[in-house]
Design a protein around this ligand. Structure first.
Ligand SMILES: C[S@@+](CC[C@H](N)C(=O)[O-])C[C@H]1O[C@@H](n2cnc3c(N)ncnc32)[C@H](O)[C@@H]1O
Length: 298
């Protein structure tokens, strides 16, 4: 593996073309005012370091087991920064394919391949949508299908949840995470996110209202627990290698935005012949529920 400088600029607006099917295709629900996920990921790549990559690897192995990834085919649906495709490569996946709807996310994933696996022909990257049935069917089936924090941002969550089911091979696993449904609270956040994407002024208003709120709330909790307020910022990287500031922006802007109760996701996949293997909930609060399903044998 080659380590290249992390700070080199790269163009997030025009991912290099690759010989794989790409393009938004049929089935995309391009809502006006979509959040620019890829721009936030491009900024995240500036703080990406070895420790964060190791945390991303740990988060994959904690839910899937290292033996499930080594030698496996790994499909990353909505690859974002490309960090988890990179983690799968480092964990020894035999083949990795990453795709994302946002060209800037695609460029980020390509940038990580350029930095860490410039010679790897077994890591392919495309711009495509999880809602594009023709594209999804063209991918065949995979040992591991990974789609963390993506399908609720497509604008057609239940359709997208159905699309990825067809990508899992007979002995394969599906690892997804979906925003928790908090009823009226989720509806409120949806309105905030929609407003954020109205333009620069709206974005500035949302950031300047909510970021001090997040900071202040954290401070109150830390003081009540007699914990150093800095600890939460230092330790946040243990959350899948992520960065708190980038996650705030992703949370405030991430639109389209849909939510589901854990039991709804469970029933959806059970009806499609899947068994729930692992579940991590956010305890009914704000955040994502994580699911690992495998195909039922009977
Ligand atoms: C919150 S990020 C998650 C990225 C990555 N999976 C991770 O865990 O860090 C959501 C990603 O989903 C992508 N996305 C949204 N709609 C999509 C679609 N229809 N098809 C594929 N990717 C999509 C966004 O562009 C964005 O990069």
């Amino acid at each position: 593996m080659t380590r290249l400088p992390m700070t080199e600029p790269f163009d997030v607006t025009s991912p290099e073309k690759e010989g794989v099917p790409s393009g938004p295709g049929a089935g995309d629900r391009r809502e006006p005012g979509r959040f620019a996920f890829g721009r936030n990921w491009a900024s995240f790549l500036r703080v990406l370091d070895e420790e964060r990559i190791a945390e991303a690897e740990r988060s994959l192995t904690a839910m899937l087991g290292a033996e499930r990834i080594a030698g496996a085919t790994f499909l990353d649906v909505g690859s974002g920064s490309g960090l988890f495709s990179l983690a799968a490569m480092r964990l020894g996946a035999r083949r990795v394919h990453s795709f994302d709807f946002d060209p800037a996310s695609v460029a980020c994933t390509q940038e990580l391949r350029r930095r860490y696996f410039p010679e790897a022909s077994h890591w392919t990257i495309a711009r495509a949508s999880a809602l594009d049935g023709d594209y999804v069917r063209s991918l065949g089936t995979w040992n591991v299908v990974y789609s963390w924090g993506v399908l609720h941002h497509t604008g057609g969550m239940w359709d997208a949840l159905g699309q990825v089911a067809g990508l899992v091979d007979a002995s394969g696993v599906l690892f997804i995470s979906i925003y928790n449904d908090q009823g009226p609270i989720s509806a409120g956040w949806r309105a905030v996110k929609q407003f954020y994407n109205r333009g620069a002024m709206a974005k500035a208003a949302v950031v300047s209202a909510f970021v001090p709120y997040f900071v202040g709330r954290g401070l109150v909790v830390d003081l009540a627990r007699r914990r150093s307020p800095l600890t939460r910022y230092r330790d946040y990287r243990r959350t899948r290698g992520m960065s708190m500031v980038h996650d705030w922006i992703d949370w405030l802007g991430g639109f389209p935005f849909e939510v589901a109760k854990p039991e709804e996701v469970f029933h959806f996949y059970r009806q499609r012949g899947f068994t729930l293997e692992k579940l991590t909930t956010c305890g009914g609060r704000l955040g994502c529920n994580e699911f690992v399903f495998h195909r039922s044998t009977s």
